[in-house]
Design a binder for this molecule. Sequence first.
Ligand code: ACO
Length: 431
Amino acid sequence: MTEAKKTAKLELDGETYELPVYSPTAGPDVIDIRKLFAQAKVFTYDPGFTSTASCDSTITFIDGVKGELLHRGYPIDQLAEKSHYLEVCYLLLYGELPSAAELEKFEQTITRHTMLHEQMQNFFRGFRRDAHPMAIMVGVVGAMSAFYHDSTDPNDRKQREIASHRLIAKMPTIAAWAYKYSIGQPFVYPRNDLDYASNFLRMCFAVPAEDYEVNPILSRAMDRIFTLHADHEQNASTSTVRLASSSGANPFACIAAGIACLWGPAHGGANQACLEMLEEIGTPDRIPEYIARAKDKEDPFRLMGFGHRVYKNFDPRATVMKQSADEVLELLGVENNPKLQVAKALEAEALADPYFAEKKLFPNVDFYSGIILEAMGFPTSMFTPIFALSRTVGWISQWEEQLDDPQLKIGRPRQLYQGETSRDYVEIENR
Ligand code: ACO
């Protein structure tokens, strides 16, 4: 923790309290209120954490006004263009870009951990065929703690590292098998001669009856989707992982908690919700009706894939994703796909509408990722699992960082209680 160079003053009931103010290496100053309750006997109120920093971190930084996303200081657009997912995983986990030898060793380690304990297949087979793959992922990842006992102790550094590698390595196998199970096809085992993204595509789309060749352009696009989703600061699912871990829970349980949180349509579920919305709109002539609904305060409908809590000018991931979408759709010859036509027209009409400009709402990464994934052949139900597998490294890096933090305490928010004060129990016959 840096030293406070200035203080903020809080005046309350005739008393003045001095609160330390820290200056981060980037981003706004942070007022330290940890001793506020002890000194002034008051809590602060910030549901949704819109003004609250929940931890110190050195991993990822977002400047929402500039539209900047940095991993360990490196801009996401440079990483998406010049690096690849496993190198970004190394960077997030260990803090620096690897040397060639370090990268080779890391890639080998991840590749060698991609198989699942054979008995885990019984878990998959226990689900209904129509189970959402996210439901399967929450269950199977949580169940990893019942299979990999030698890497569940968060107080043992070596065990932590093994758990990190296992999670990054096995998540594509888990996601692909959740998909295979849902369509009634045999599970496809990972292959060590393929890179991370190609291996995932093969496990999703190959069948034992035929050879399967991975298209390098699709594999590159897949890798880029993984890279663009690798980490994103203290978002809802990452904060969930940190909160779960603050009690000392094992890594697999913490990541399962993160997957559960990511599932919601306001977070990782937005790419599925966005594609479903494009399908529902159907044709560009219906767009004004949906824009009017999004603007109507009485209607809960929102334009899915639009808006972001932190980015208020543009989402730098969306810029790269849009470019990738153009490449992939051209390669696959589906530029005239009706959903894509609706997406393009919707983007143009919403961006030209003063409501969206005033509220700083513009397409986020999920607006384009769903379009690419659909063109690649993934059903909408697989969009969020792909996000979860990409984000696993971010969750794990933040989890590791938290466990090394000497200030770690169990996360335990306070509340503004608005309920009844103490009253006596009333017997049922007297109510
Ligand atoms: N469509 C229409 N109006 C919107 C939208 C939208 N997509 N998003 C926000 N607004 C409006 C709200 O109604 C609100 O209006 P008001 O000030 O008149 O009440 C204002 O913009 C601010 O919205 P909040 O919900 O307060 O903003 P918040 O920062 O809490 O929410 C969120 C961000 C959840 C992403 C929101 O924009 C949303 O629901 N978007 C659609 C879902 C989505 O795409 N999520 C993906 C996020 S990115 C990710 O997880 C990778």
